[in-house]
Design a protein around this ligand. Structure first.
Ligand code: GDP
Length: 194
């Protein structure tokens, strides 16, 4: 059984937890299903911590099985709104994504019904600058037919130019194990090259 514990919330580098563990960052537009996915991962309602008042704009660090850290990033969707909110969000996210030494990869959590937009592109670019991997978790697969799921995966692959796109459902757990396995196998437990 997975054991996930909340470590702390932070905004600035100096406040990030000091640890030897690799970090998996999770980002998504509000309502994308990010908390639900983290809850499935943890097998309990842990992501509610990040929804406590005042914590929705911070980076929330969770220890996963004493093996790696999941970093729940604040929900986005500000690019279209602009202004101060966007500036603050960008600064925090860019600092974290471009400077965190132990960052292993970014999971972009997206509602399967949506298209890849500039918010997603901004985040993917921060990672690409540092040659770090990005994968996409397309949520709410339970609402779609097999055929439509396949179409959505292809559409997002094309729009994002990202190869690793997973369809998941936090409600039925469809695709969740495969997704978690992929993250663990490719980012955490890297097998040395032969
Ligand atoms: P967050 O804002 O990205 O953390 O999104 P939440 O996890 O809070 O989910 C937003 C809404 O989508 C909630 O009403 C969830 O119940 C719903 N939701 C999340 N995941 C799924 C899913 O896999 N299937 C369905 N049908 N609904 C989901």
């Amino acid at each position: 059984m997975a054991k996930m514990t909340f470590i702390k919330s932070a905004v600035k580098m100096k406040d990030f937890p000091i640890s030897k563990f690799k970090e998996v960052a999770m980002a998504g537009r509000s309502n994308a299903g990010k908390s639900s996915l983290i809850n499935v991962w943890a097998n309990e309602k842990i992501a509610k911590v990040s929804q406590a008042p005042g914590k929705t704009r911070l980076l929330n660090f969770f220890n996963m099985n004493n093996s790696y850290i999941i970093v729940d990033m604040p929900g986005y969707g500000y690019a279209s709104r602009g202004g101060e909110e966007l500036k603050t969000w960008r600064k925090m996210v860019e600092n974290y994504l471009s400077q965190r030494e132990q960052l292993a990869g970014l999971v972009l959590v997206m509602d399967m019904a949506r298209d890849w937009e500039s918010d997603e592109e901004i985040l993917a670019q921060y990672m690409m600058k540092n040659d770090l991997p990005v994968i996409v978790a397309l949520t709410k697969a339970d609402k779609f037919s097999k055929n439509d799921i396949a179409k959505a995966v292809e559409r997002i692959k094309k729009q994002s130019r990202i190869d690793d796109v997973f369809a998941i459902s936090s409600q039925t757990r469809y695709g969740c194990e495969e997704f978690e396995e992929f993250v663990f196998r490719s980012w955490i437990k890297k097998v040395p090259a032969k």
